[in-house]
Design a protein around this ligand. Structure first.
Ligand code: BGC
Length: 687
């Protein structure tokens, strides 16, 4: 039985100031692995006392978590705590736990919320079986700059897609009731604007207007809040020159007030203490004051709350009511997780092993990989002909590390490589490039070169990779590029040397078999880009929903919005993706409903993503030229035709002014329907 609110308040009233301050601290799980009575090992290295460790409200794990060892820590801490309050165990379960889904940017490319929901559900199952209570996911930063390494963690550049995918991940992760044995709590991050980091550099400043916050960066978080997200993590960056972690306007007025978030707010790693390096706080005392006053509930890893808050309250420098309010958020999350009855969801390594090897999860991971790969170019080289001789070469041909960043608990070395997968296929013969009929070049970014602290000034294939490509092309055979990347790479120079390009991102645990199925034509590629692929670095940031220009580009015109030395258009636009079949999309508008008749005009079964874009024709405020309004993934047999309808509602085109006041769409709105964002406007609806 969960506690009632009265019981929680009674517990709170009975806790000492030190206990309450302790609840607001997150420390590393390694600090308690050797027991909680002696200050040795990591506890000593971190200058933590056994008392501080015992009173801490949460532990974070960045190493592989074993169920039995984790349960032991949780039980030990619960027993030692004066009120037997169990700790929250938190971990980054970002795109799967041990069994890895494709990276979130690839999940965005499925345009399939069911897949995002399943990702959340499977991560929660494996996470819970390993001892995790809360994951730091989903990441719903809108990402538009491929130089930023963390774009791989997001569903992509569209706030609408990020919102839908983020909400689906929240639903999948937490279910209806996070006390269920196979569910964990979800945390939306990084609140807000981290993806705008200047020049794509991690931890660089951002500059964002309130209008852009309301229209672009807050909506994915609102969608997560509406889906019941349990926790929110402020971003490392600052808004209005105030770091998010201590930004009262952002955390109180916006997140709690305007957006209605009632859960727990946790800082990012060591973020409170970073206020000192940033010159915003003098010392840990001021850190604790600034953050608690702003509404930050839990301090991840900076120990400012743990060491300073109790004294501040005792000295009358901090209002105890603020401590109580934050502590209540922590206790409520523990209560929602059912931890007061049952602090441990699983304590058996055998159960953990069984859950993490569940064939159903592997099947879901395989499906996700199939649907996330994007066929960018195909001059007939794919799918491969049966009986052909194939050379499979490149840095990723025999590589296990095809999982992407945030794979802390994955058994990377057990991941099947492409070479193993293709050698299992009796329909082809593997041979050297010289002997082959077709060459598969599996290359691109290293897994370790994507994610946090992986910004790049040169998001291209390397000089060595380009040399290899040219050498293979010179053999006079079709070269198929299997592109591994955690961000849009600028492959303009590589394209002429490739007969086909299949963008496979980092496809996850079942990636090799999924790629083989696509390459062999057993399955048909159906992913559509979640981020624009630029033609040139100078175009960055480039995205489909850029605000309009008063001098729009026009063929041949001068003094218009253009480059002198480069096209305005990307190499591949958002939403783009080819198939082994072709589709025809005929759309019509009736009142405010769009009907699209989609026909598979080719000779094989396939899936496409029908996308609807729109813009308000006249309005007081500048708005995106094109905004994604709705989409549907649809599977069709050859020759089959199906109708899909899209009701266009005012909220899809609603905007906000600098004060956050809604501007409702009025009058004519242009509508475009197709299989990519570069489809022209042909229809209208009127509000
Ligand atoms: C990252 C977060 C992550 C946290 C905990 C930080 O460095 O920015 O996204 O959740 O570490 O691992």
């Amino acid at each position: 039985m969960k506690k009632t609110r009265e019981e929680l308040l009674a517990l709170l009233a009975d806790m000492s100031i030190e206990e309450k301050a302790g609840q607001l601290a997150q420390i590393p799980i390694v600090a308690c692995m050797d027991g909680v009575s002696e200050p040795t090992g990591p506890m000593e290295e971190l200058s933590l006392t056994p008392e501080q460790v015992v009173l801490s409200g949460s532990v974070i794990s960045v190493l592989r978590l074993e169920a039995e060892a984790c349960a032991k820590v949780v039980r030990q801490l619960t027993e030692a705590h004066p009120h037997h309050i169990p700790p929250l165990v938190m971990k980054d379960v970002i795109h799967g736990h041990q069994t890895m889904f494709p990276i979130p940017l690839a999940i965005g490319a499925t345009f399939d919320e069911k897949i995002a929901e399943t990702l959340g559900e499977c991560g929660a199952k494996e996470g819970a079986a390993s001892g995790v209570h809360v994951t730091f996911a989903p990441m719903v930063d809108v990402v538009r700059d491929p130089r930023w390494g963390r774009v791989m963690e997001s569903p992509g550049e569209s706030p609408v897609l990020c919102a839908a995918m983020g909400a689906a991940m929240v639903r999948g992760t937490r279910g209806e009731d996070i006390s269920a044995p196979d569910r964990i709590a979800a945390c939306a991050k990084h609140f807000v604007g981290y993806g705008i980091s200047q020049a794509g550099q991690d931890y660089a400043p951002i500059d964002v207007s309130h209008t852009e916050l309301y229209n672009t960066y807050l909506p994915p978080f609102q969608a997560c809040v509406d889906a019941g997200v349990d926790m929110v993590m402020p971003a490392f960056v600052g808004v209005d020159r105030v770091p998010c972690v201590c930004n009262e306007w952002l955390l109180k007025d916006i997140l709690r007030g305007r957006m209605g978030f009632e859960g727990m707010i946790i800082s990012d790693w060591d973020d409170p203490r970073q206020l000192i390096a940033h010159g915003v706080a003098e010392d840990q005392r001021e850190v604790a004051q600034l953050c608690l006053n702003a509404g930050l509930d839990m301090d991840m890893m900076s120990f400012a709350y743990l060491t300073e808050l109790a004294d501040l309250v005792r000295e009358g420098k901090m209002d105890e009511a603020k401590l109580d309010a934050a502590c209540l958020h922590v206790l409520e999350l523990k209560n929602n997780l059912g931890l007061f009855d049952n602090p441990v969801k699983n304590d058996s390594d055998d159960v953990q092993r069984a859950v993490c090897n569940d064939p159903e999860i592997h099947k879901a991971v395989y499906e996700a990989a199939l649907k996330s790969c994007v066929l960018l170019k195909n001059e007939g080289a794919l799918p491969l002909r049966q009986g052909c001789k194939v050379a499979l070469v490149g840095s990723h041909a025999d590589e296990h590390a095809i999982l992407g960043g945030w794979t802390l608990d994955a058994y990377t070395e057990r991941t099947k490589t492409l070479l193993t997968s293709f050698s299992e296929d009796s329909r082809i013969t593997l041979t050297t490039p010289e002997e082959a009929d077709v060459i598969l070049l599996a290359t691109g970014e290293k897994q370790a070169d994507t994610g946090e602290d992986c910004s790049k000034a040169h998001p291209f294939l390397t000089a060595e990779q380009m040399d290899e490509l040219r050498r293979l092309h010179a053999l006079g055979k079709p070269v198929v590029l299997l592109l591994f990347c955690g961000r849009p790479l600028i492959i303009t120079e590589a394209l002429p040397y490739c007969s086909a390009v299949l963008n496979v991102w980092f496809p996850g645990t079942e990636g090799a078999d999924a790629i083989r199925a696509l390459v062999m034509g057993d399955e048909n590629p159906s992913g559509h880009l979640s981020m624009t692929f630029p033609r040139a670095l100078g175009q960055v940031p480039i995205h489909h929903d850029r605000l309009s220009s008063p001098r729009p580009w026009k063929e041949g015109a001068i003094y218009v919005n253009r480059y002198k030395d480069e096209s305005n258009f990307p190499l591949y636009p958002f939403g783009y993706g080819l198939s082994y079949t072709t589709f025809q999309v005929d759309a019509a508008a009736e009142s405010t409903t769009i009907t699209a008749r989609v026909t598979n005009t080719g000779s094989v079964v396939g899936e496409t993503v029908v996308q609807v874009y729109g813009r308000i024709r006249h309005c007081s405020h500048i708005r995106p030229d094109k905004r994604l309004l709705a989409w549907q993934r649809i599977a069709l047999q050859p020759g089959e035709c199906r109708e899909v309808t899209f009701p266009i509602t005012p909220d899809m085109l609603r905007m906000y002014d600098a004060q956050g006041k809604a501007i409702e769409p009025k009058g004519v709105c242009d509508i475009a329907v197709g299989e990519s964002s570069d489809v022209p406007y042909t229809l209208e609806v009127t509000f």
